[in-house]
Structures are given as structure tokens and as C-alpha cells.
Design a protein around this ligand. Sequence first.
Ligand SMILES: *Cc1c(COP(=O)(O)O)cnc(C)c1O
Length: 435
Amino acid sequence: MAAPSTRPPSVDALARSLAGTGLPHPLLVDIARQAIVDGEPATAASRAAELSRTLLQPVVNASGVLLHTNLGRAPLAARPAAGATNLELDLATGDRGSRHAHCGRLVARLCRAEAGFIVNNNAAAVLLVLAALTRGREVLVSRGESVEIGGGFRVPEVLEQSGARLVDVGTTNRTRLADYRRAIDRPGSAVAAVLKVHPSNYRLEGFVEATSVTELALLPVPVVVDIGSGLLDAACPWLPDGPPRWVDGEPAARQTLESGAALVTFSGDKLLGGPQAGIVAGRADLIRACLDHPLARALRPGALVLAALQDTLLAYLRRDVVDHVPFWRMATTPVAELRRRAEAIVTRVAEQSGTRQFTVAGRPLQSLPGAGSLPGTTIESYGVALPGDHAAALRQASPPIVARVSEGMTLLDLRTVDEPDDRHLVSALAQLGDG
Ligand SMILES: *Cc1c(COP(=O)(O)O)cnc(C)c1O
């Protein structure tokens, strides 16, 4: 490993020799200095490569999980940043406008709500709605919906942070309207709202009873429904063939509001297919109260998020979701199309691997919606498989490829891969064969 010369190279010369990595000079200087201190100047290049891999970068999602939490959930169509925007400028009057005006109106139109606004994620949406509606008073939550979703969204804890006081109603498996009424009518009660939470990532089965939004709307307090995944409309009017089988039973924003919810909250980067965001739609007076709350400022999104979300929402209004929202394009690609791509990949890998016997083969697979949405639901898919666990080697490819390993096989599911990225799969698989 030691350099042949007796004198170690200068930090500056070594850093300059790594310029081809594209890393900024100060980072290369740090790497070069440390490599020299460790007596291993020859490792500087691999150290630089390691550091590059810690930076945020595009990866090929071949995991078959459409909304992969570790890969930023919904795949985003890249959108170059423009210069200035009318983020908070009313172009008609020249006065200060609201950053919630642009997307808020589109959300409201799509959900048939009076108004809408956007924060950084759904956890922030729930936090702000509860803080603004309750101002320290009580919120009723069914014991069956006092859940934890994904990495650390725990309903009782978010509620506590909002300053609201949680009042549990019903039991884990059954909660009826009468349970809510009793909590409202008890002496000394200070109930400001009911929170209904869609238990996205698990299912209760058997002797189970939940209270519908239609019933809850009979109560004298506003009903807030955290629907979670952001299906805008159960009829999926943006899909030529209507709702796919795998969205069955998923609560939708429009129908939840029609059933009498005062507000719905959901994520922008789950089934909506947009950027990370939290979306609130519903009654205009309640939304005003949310925007007037001091937390609104702390939770507000920036222009990049709003621009990406606006593109997504406009695609829904134009009904060209399948062409413009990558999540829906991927989710609805016919299996025959994925199979054709898989076969082309197998052929090309065999060509590039020369005479060596090659074991990559096409194979039917099952994709998952992901992000804790629709537990237990799968979408028929197709991909390629090869024996052994090559996940780590594929992550080292450029761009990195995220595969799934199951029963001793490495599986690459094409439903979650953009077709132009197939060539990256081909070259990475052909190189694996070389090893
Ligand atoms: C995913 C989810 C959340 C958390 O949403 P984030 O956008 O990740 O903050 C909250 N509630 C429900 C019901 C969810 O499904």
C-alpha cells in the first residue's frame, strides 16, 4: 500500500490528483490530509469515492417498493429551479400575497373543498391542525386509532406536542358513536375536535367496529381525518381504467370531505405522487385559524416544494397523471410491458457477458405500494432474478441500484425502474457476472 517514494506526497498535490472525482477542493484536502496522516496516501481515491457515496444522489429503485421510505417515497420528476418566483407576491395588485394561495386553490379544487394549504409533511399538518383547533383543549381519538405509523409518527405524542389533551374513546377493537358522545357530554369536558386516523400500516380484523366519518359528522365538534396516503378521489378519474384493485378500501380526500369531515390531512409523497409535503383541505374558517397560528410559519414549505407540488396537482387537473406523475406511471404500467423490458435486459446482459454462462433470468414478481400504505396489498409485476445476494455490489454501481433479496435470489423489479435506467441495470448486471 505504501507509496514507492520515501517522502509522502504533499497534501495539496494529492488533493489535486483527486480533482476528477468532482468533489470540492476543501473536502479533497481533508481526505488527502487524513490519508497521509494514516500513512495510506494510496487510499485517498477510494476514500474520496466513499465520501461521494454519502452525498444525496439519484439511485435506481429496483426494489419493487413504489413508495420506498429510504428512497424518498414517491419518485419525483426533476424540475430545474427557476430564479425568482411569485411565491408571496400577488401579481394582480403588487401586494404581498400568500405562499399558500397557489397550491391551496388547486388542492381545494381537486378535493372539492373550500380551501387548502401546504406544510412540510403530514406529521406537521396534524400538529398544526390540532394546535390551531384545540388551543390546549381536548381531542377525542379512538383507542383503535392511537397508532404509530412509520418512523416515529405516534398519534398520542404528536397530539401532546400540539398542546391538545388526548381523550381516548372506545376500545382497541371497537369504538362507537356513543363512546364519542359520552366523552363530549361528561361533566367538565372541553372537547374541541375529533381526530380520526387511518391506521395506514396495519389492519384490525375480526370482531372490529369503527365509527364512520358520516357518523362522526353528527357530533357538535369538527372532525379532522388524517387519511395518510393522499388518494385524492376514490374514483381515480385521472386513470383511463378507473381505480386499480390495489387502492380498494383506501380512504380518499374528496369522499372523506363529502362524508362530513371538517378537515383532511395527508402526505404529498405517498399515493399523490408529489414531493414531501403535508396537505390540509376542508373548511375555510378552520384553515384560516391554522394559517394564523404561530406554528404555521415554522412549518411552511419553500418554493421548490411548492413548485413541484403545483406541477403534480396541475397534472391531476389536466388528467395527464399517468404521463406526468412517475408514481402513477410506474404503478399502472402493464405487466406485459415490464416483461418485454426484462427480456431485453436478459438478452443484453448475456451479450455483454460474452461466452460466460449467465444466470440472469426474467421472472414474475409482486411489487408493493410502500410507505406504509395499503398493507398486505401487492401489484403484479415482472423483473429479473439471479442467484445469490448481490445487493451490496449493486449499491456500489454508478448510479447505485437498490435491489431486493429473497430466498437466496437477488430480484430487480422493473415496476419501480424508469425505462431509461434499464441500461444501468444491464451494465451493473454484466459487471457482476465478471466477478
Ligand atoms: C404516513 C402517515 C403519516 C406521516 O406522514 P408524513 O408525511 O411522513 O409526515 C401520518 N399519518 C398517517 C395516517 C400516515 O399514513
